[in-house]
Design a protein around this ligand. Structure first.
Ligand code: NAP
Length: 374
């Protein structure tokens, strides 16, 4: 592992899980951060990481990580930034605890995402929501060490939000309908059993639809005048989430209805241009994990596909394809009269990279850029 005295030491909570393992992969050889503390449950604590964890990544455990002793949750930590890939059953209280102890908690868990004052950030879309951090007021143990919590969205929400943000900004949105096809790694380890998922599609994922319907509206929402809260984006959002036998990569079929005042002018070319030209702070500031092109439209009819496209741009790029206008009720074939207000398309993103660990690392890089990390 590369190290110099200017590197920032970080801890990982939930280091043995799917997101924790991806955090280790992404933070190894990172130019700003070096992993110095690993934390998991009581059953893992006191053990060498390689013995505590069922490592399921396609690269070996970094040698210095393999021998690091896992600490128990609530142990005192030296690192100021603390990444959290904790199970949601424990993340809420544990993250509040570490923020109260003066740590900057960069969380993947659902527990604090919708809290007033907690930013839910995708750095290409709403980096300015980080201003909410100033309003956080935990019961600090030490008044000189003020910690905070910053969160990244649910894995399907990240794919949807990056697909929708360029359209919302350019054309306005009235309503959005989503059907997801989500990978099994999104359920953590051991997740769904092979008997449940092989040769099957499960048309329900607990709590997922509610997250998708609420989180994207917070991300695309605006800061209130006094910067203390988020006013959610006003479009309607309806989601149905399914689990499919794919290892990594969430796919979404999305139907959008554009705002009526712009409905006559929206062409397929304009929509594709909105996606392909979309950039934000991570690209302008050349943050280390920033994808070169956050959203890319594929013109091939059979793309994107999870196996072929989930790793695009370090696994941080969202892939889109199959854009087409929805047919009108009065359409008479063979002379179709398509609506220019309703379109449908297919979107794909890597759920444990762009949708989880990579999102958290990019959030940390954003905080570092904004000088909010120490
Ligand atoms: P996971 O594989 O089940 O890992 C959970 C981690 O939490 C493990 O390190 C586990 O440690 C630890 N943990 C569980 N119970 C604990 C306890 N009582 N005390 C201390 N540590 C405990 O889950 P995951 O998929 O990595 O997800 C982690 C978090 O990220 C979840 O909140 C999830 O909702 C969220 N998330 C996941 C994804 C994804 O695609 N997987 C995407 C976005 C967000 P032990 O190994 O010691 O039990």
């Amino acid at each position: 592992m590369r190290y110099n005295k200017d590197m920032i030491s970080v801890a990982i909570l939930g280091a043995t899980g799917m997101v924790g393992q991806k955090l280790i992969q992404l933070l190894t050889d990172h130019p700003y951060f070096t992993i110095t503390e690993l934390v998991a449950s009581k059953k893992s604590s006191g053990r060498a990481y390689k013995d505590a964890c069922t490592w399921l990544q396609n690269t070996p455990i970094p040698s210095d990580i393999a021998t690091m002793t896992v600490k128990e949750l609530y142990s005192p930590l030296k690192s100021i930034p603390v990444f959290s890939g904790l199970d949601s059953s424990v993340a809420g209280d544990a993250e509040t605890h570490y923020a109260s102890m003066g740590h900057t908690v960069i969380s993947n868990a659902k527990n604090h995402r919708m809290d007033t004052g907690v930013p839910l950030i995708i750095p290409e879309i709403n980096p300015h929501h980080a201003d909410l951090i100033a309003t956080q007021d935990f019961l600090y143990q030490d008044a000189n060490k003020k910690g905070c919590i910053i969160t990244n969205p649910n894995c399907a929400t990240i794919v949807a939000s990056l697909a929708l943000a360029p359209l919302y900004a350019r054309f306005g949105l009235e309503s959005v309908y989503i059907t997801s096809m989500q990978a099994i790694s999104g359920a953590g380890y051991p997740g769904v059993s092979s008997m449940e998922i092989i040769d099957n599609v499960i048309p329900y994922i607990a709590d997922e639809e509610e997250k998708l319907e609420s989180e994207a509206k917070k991300i695309l929402g605006s800061l209130s005048k006094n910067n203390t809260d988020i006013i959610p984006a006003p479009f309607a959002m309806h989601a149905l989430c399914t689990r499919v036998p794919v290892i990594d990569g969430h796919s979404l079929h999305i139907i959008v209805e554009f705002s009526s005042d712009s409905s006559n002018t929206i062409s397929e070319e304009a929509i594709i241009d909105a996606w392909n030209t979309f950039t934000g702070t991570p690209q302008v500031q050349a943050l280390p994990l920033a994808p070169t092109q956050p959203v890319l439209y594929f013109s091939q009819k059979n793309r994107p596909q999870p196996r072929l496209d989930r790793d695009r741009d370090k696994g941080m790029g969202i892939c889109i394809g199959r854009l087409k206008p929805c047919r009108r009720k009065t359409e008479v074939l063979p002379k179709p009269s398509h609506s220019t207000k309703h379109y449908s398309f297919f979107a794909l993103g890597h759920n444990t990279i762009r949708g989880a660990a990579g999102a958290a690392v990019l959030n940390a890089e954003l905080l570092h850029h904004k000088r909010l990390l120490t």
